[in-house]
Design a binder for this molecule. Structure first.
Ligand code: 1PR
Length: 568
């Protein structure tokens, strides 16, 4: 994959296995000794971002040795395999480099192995993803897509509770704990693979959330993004004889938890410092005569604090990215790098993801911009303005060109890694027939007694209105490959009067991908209201967290009291 800008990181601060299936397809490859107990070998075949895994391993005090050849796999003392990308392309790389055979042999020898996400799925016989495609064939079973036909939201993104079914050191103390998943395909339990399963999870039915057999372990979730529980699981693998961080037992949870997200709008102030700011209806300059950009803190400090406080996710929005060139914005990339070393829940970054030509006439594709964000530590990227233009073009022609930023990035990184951020403004109308856009009957009438409204999308941080509604945009971007929608509302932004329930309900009922409700949170009750009245999967807030008016923990405690499942 072309990468464009070369930007360098700046430092910031059980028993024997039953070997039924393991022997299939092994090859004889030579072994090189490797002895360093503090070093873990990482199989990164270059298909995507594994920076988060690296950061978590380093955070736990281990060094990383990268696999460069099949022999490196066989020489490993301890191998972590964080599969990324699509099943088929991963298998192509593994087969063509000889690593597939080395992996089968390593597993046959029962050497310590931890597969993560796709690294679990690839162990199975085959996958339906763009297939059928054959896998490593270690575990019997077919990896299938979650079925969204009955309204199940796919991808499965977020925190779900583990039901541990086998006593393993890896999952010690993790029973009933929420861990972070992001995937559209899953392996199902069956009689043939029952002996392998160490935990299951419930999402539209039971699926395999981890396997364990002897020294071979794999997890469908992301331990590197699962907060303290995930770090403890990773530590159990890296130093199996240490007691590991003790994670207290929790009550059993049974479904996907609703997420609480902290959002940091970031931009340079007039002194050129990158600050977290916060607008009122997107106006981030204060009301004094100096009209300075409001400064609510330092991005990395706040992000780290929100992680500690229990945010399920942290989002950075580079709010002037639409007019600046993000790859020229080194401080923003550095913020991401530093935050990803301290924040072990998902990080999303948005702003300025589009094709760009710099002053020297050099062209950068949106994919290159996104790739740099991923390399710098983002787990998901968020596209605003460019997604509006792509949706407008798609609705006009009905043709998916495959050329939009949204299509290109989701094709390479998977749609679960691509969020579309919508910035709509409410437009009241007397009758739904007045506009060619989807309207809602509003809960509070407009200034002239209007009973209906549509939500007009904007670009460039609310500066320009476009001829497309939030409903139409959401459905179009879902088709173009968005994996999630961040649904802001300019009218509610910074007002503290609650989320726009009419808008969130309309959009979350219209799509089968997760919707994050954003803008307007002012009290804990606003969170329970949005989850009770709409299909939102997550709720995001900024101002109340930055101004320390409402702690994240208070939001979670209120949601638990209200009967809403959350990760604590
Ligand atoms: O168009 O791809 O460059 O992306 C720009 C991104 O920057 C978009 O995601 C857009 O939403 C965001 N953005 C642009 N201008 C502003 C602004 O505020 N002037 N911020 C802006 C959007 C909205 C929320 C906010 C919530 C919660 N911020 O993310 O955090 O409304 O706030 P609250 O809890 O205080 O009410 P592109």
């Amino acid at each position: 994959m072309a990468t464009g800008a070369a930007i360098h990181a700046v430092p910031c601060s059980a028993g024997r296995p039953k070997r039924r299936q393991q022997r299939r397809g092994s090859a004889s490859l030579s072994v090189r000794a490797s002895t360093d107990a503090n070093t873990v070998t990482l199989l990164d075949y270059g298909a995507g971002n594994v920076r988060s895994v690296r950061n978590a391993i380093r955070h736990l005090g281990f060094d990383i040795r990268d696999v460069r050849s099949p022999e490196d796999i066989l020489a490993a003392d301890r191998l972590v395999f964080p599969g990324v990308g699509a099943f088929g392309s991963a298998m192509d790389v593994l087969n063509s480099t000889g690593m597939a055979d080395a992996l089968r042999e390593y597993i046959r020898r029962d050497r310590p192995f931890l597969g993560i996400c796709l690294g679990l799925q690839l162990l199975f016989d085959s996958s339906e993803e763009h297939g059928p495609v054959s896998g490593l064939g270690v575990i019997p079973g077919v990896v299938r897509r979650f079925d969204s036909s009955q309204g199940l939201i796919v991808p499965h993104i977020g925190w779900n509770a583990l039901e541990v079914t086998k006593d393993t050191q890896l999952l010690q103390g993790a029973d009933g704990h929420h861990v972070y998943f992001v995937h559209s395909y899953h392996a199902l339990p069956s009689d043939a693979n029952r002996d392998w399963i160490s935990s299951i999870c419930n999402y539209g039915g039971s699926f395999i959330s981890s396997i364990s057999m002897g020294n071979i372990q794999a997890v469908q979730f992301h331990p590197e993004k699962s907060g303290a529980t995930g770090l403890s699981i990773l530590k159990n693998f890296l130093s199996p004889n240490s007691s590991g961080a003790k994670v207290p037992a929790r009550r059993k949870a049974s479904k996907l938890a609703k997420r609480v997200i902290a959002c940091l709008d970031v931009r340079s102030n007039d002194n050129g410092d990158l600050v977290v700011t916060k607008g009122d209806q997107y106006d981030v300059r204060d009301n004094t005569s100096s009209k300075e950009v409001r400064n609510l803190g330092k991005p990395v400090d706040l992000a780290s604090q929100y992680y500690i406080d229990g945010a399920d996710e942290v989002s950075f929005l580079n709010i002037t990215g639409f007019r600046d060139f993000p790859l020229g914005d080194l401080p923003m990339l550095e913020v991401l790098r530093c935050a990803s070393e301290k924040v072990f829940v998902p990080l999303t970054v948005g702003g300025g993801i589009r094709d760009f030509k710099d002053a020297n006439g050099r062209y950068y594709s949106s994919l290159e911009v996104a790739s740099e964000y991923f390399r710098s530590g983002a787990d998901k990227i968020s596209i605003g303005s460019d997604a509006v233009f792509a949706a407008e073009a798609f609705l006009q022609t009905g043709v998916k060109t495959g050329k939009s930023s949204l299509e290109q990035i989701s094709k390479v990184y998977g749609n679960q890694a691509v969020v579309v951020s919508i910035d709509p403004r409410r437009v009241y109308v007397k009758s739904p027939d007045d506009v060619p856009f989807k309207t809602v009957k509003v809960s509070s009438k407009g200034p002239s007694g209007e009973e209906y409204a549509w939500y007009q999308c904007t670009v460039s941080g609310g500066r320009d209105s476009r001829p497309i509604g939030a409903y139409e945009l959401a459905k179009a971007v879902e088709e173009l490959g968005a994996g999630e929608i961040l649904l802001n509302c300019i009218d509610c932004d910074g007002q503290g009067c609650g989320f726009d329930i009419d808008l969130v309900k309309m959009v979350s009922d219209a799509v089968t991908i997760p919707v994050i409700a954003s803008s307007g949170a002012g009290a804990v009750e606003h969170f329970s209201e949005v989850f009770e009245k709409t299909n939102a999967s997550a709720a995001l807030a900024a101002g109340i967290f930055h101004r320390k008016e409402v702690p994240i923990l208070a939001v979670k405690e209120h949601l638990i009291d209200a009967g809403v499942e959350v990760r604590v």
